[in-house]
Design a binder for this molecule. Structure first.
Ligand code: GLC
Length: 425
């Protein structure tokens, strides 16, 4: 009997691995992209290089806010069927403080971290440890119809009021009922906070005072910027549809040739120059976002990282996936096929990549200067309050911005009070 068992055991060891070992399942929640083939190919390559590992992917909703809800639900439940996940740049502090993400210091050395741009690395650090590896970086940019501005003898706008004036002039002259002046992201979700932060900072305001931990949305400069967006950007040069736009809808409008100016992340360049999606190929200019007169233009720092769940039973395997996805080679592939900007510094001098994505080098400075949204474990509730406030303030021409901002500030201060209490000695 014992001999039989030994023979059986030897036979099992000799069987090919696919039959012998049950594959280890690595469950990953990843972002939606307009080039889904990219993730499928990447996963196939990873599986080929890592025999015995099978990646089960779940594609999250496009909206960062909905993605956050899906992920935090799983993490709150300590779901062990989740190993790795993409994270928006605003989540690592929250996830780390909740104990949901694994500190990665034992895998991700300081020397390796040094190969990445500083801002995304800083966003992934919490209380001295690192919780994610930056996959791509985002910063708000302004796209414009080069051909239309040239036709009407205009240089790219130096500040927001000039942009509005230019749009009005072009709209009046073109008399195209399908053309609008501006397309951005004004739906009630995280993208709205990114857009509004850029206007507010460009007017010398702030969302909140990070040192004193008090809200700043009720301050005059912040309110002025909100009023300007409502009265001029939305009511004068956009259609009301913009109040329901996330990134995909807003870039689609621009790529169809139906907007003069467009605010988006770097990937919109590829969309606007993609023969399958665009009618404005070669007609598009791209530049840092303007400010208000006398102010300094500000671009929100965005971007995505990959983290490992603290409840994963296979963190080593998960790390192999993270390292693969954020490698030099993979980031280059992502930049080629989606136009997303790499987080590895070396790629900004890679001749092959620069030949394909020529704007990359000139935008590096904008990425480096992009302003992070405040890094705090309570970012999500604060953002939620701001999303509701901005959305209500922009929706109606006569909205009461003084009152609404005061209410939002009061709610934000309640959340910030908690932070102040926990920070107190
Ligand atoms: C992009 C950015 C992200 C931001 C989101 C808002 O995905 O990378 O940081 O929160 O847009 O819509």
């Amino acid at each position: 009997m014992r001999d039989l068992f030994c023979i059986f055991a030897i036979l099992v060891c000799l069987l090919p691995q696919s039959v012998n070992a049950q594959a280890t399942l690595l469950r990953a929640v990843i972002s939606r992209t307009d080039t889904p083939q990219l993730w499928d190919d990447a996963i196939a390559d990873f599986e080929q290089q890592n025999p015995g590992i099978k990646v089960v992917k779940e594609i999250a909703p496009n909206s960062s806010t909905q993605f956050h809800d899906l992920l935090t639900q799983k993490l709150k439940n300590r779901d062990t069927r989740l190993d790795v996940f993409f994270m928006d740049v605003i989540w690592p502090s929250e996830f780390a403080s909740a104990g949901w993400t694994l500190p990665l210091d034992r895998f991700f050395s300081t020397a390796e971290q040094g190969k990445f741009l500083e801002a995304p690395i800083a966003a992934n650090r919490y209380r001295g440890e690192i919780f994610g590896v930056p996959l791509f970086i985002d910063a708000g940019l302004l796209y414009y119809r080069k051909d239309l501005l040239q036709k009407h003898r205009m240089a790219p706008p130096r500040h927001w009021p000039e942009l509005v004036e230019q749009a009005k002039t072009v709209l009046a002259a073109e008399r195209d009922p399908h053309l609008v002046g501006y397309s951005g992201q004004f739906k009630q979700y995280e993208g709205l906070v990114c857009n509004m932060m850029e206007f507010i900072l460009g007017n010398g305001g702030a969302l909140w005072d990070e040192e004193r931990l008090v809200s700043a949305v009720q301050q005059e400069r912040a309110k002025q910027a909100v009023r300007f967006v409502r009265d001029h950007i939305i009511n004068e040069i956009s259609s009301r549809g913009v109040l329901a736009y996330e990134e995909p809808e807003s870039v689609a409008l621009f790529a169809q040739g139906r907007a003069i100016f467009h605010r988006n992340w770097p990937y919109a360049w590829r969309v606007a120059n993609d023969p399958e999606q665009s009618r404005v190929i070669g007609k598009v200019g791209m530049m840092p976002l303007p400010a208000f007169p006398g102010g300094k233009g500000a671009s929100t720092l965005g971007g995505w990282q990959i983290g490992i769940s603290r409840f994963s039973k296979i963190p080593e395997v998960a790390w192999r996936f993270v390292a693969f996805m954020t490698s030099h080679q993979m980031q280059k592939r992502i930049a080629f096929s989606t136009g997303r900007a790499p987080t590895r510094k070396a790629l900004y001098t890679d001749p092959e990549l620069l030949a394909q994505v020529p704007w990359l080098e000139s935008m590096l400075e904008t990425f480096k200067q992009a302003v992070p949204r405040p890094r705090t474990p309570v970012y999500a509730p604060l953002s939620n309050i701001m999303q509701r406030y901005f959305s209500a303030a922009l929706a109606l021409p006569g909205s009461k911005i003084d009152q609404r901002s005061a209410l939002a500030a009061r709610d934000m201060d309640r959340v910030l009070d908690l932070l102040r209490e926990t920070a107190a000695p």
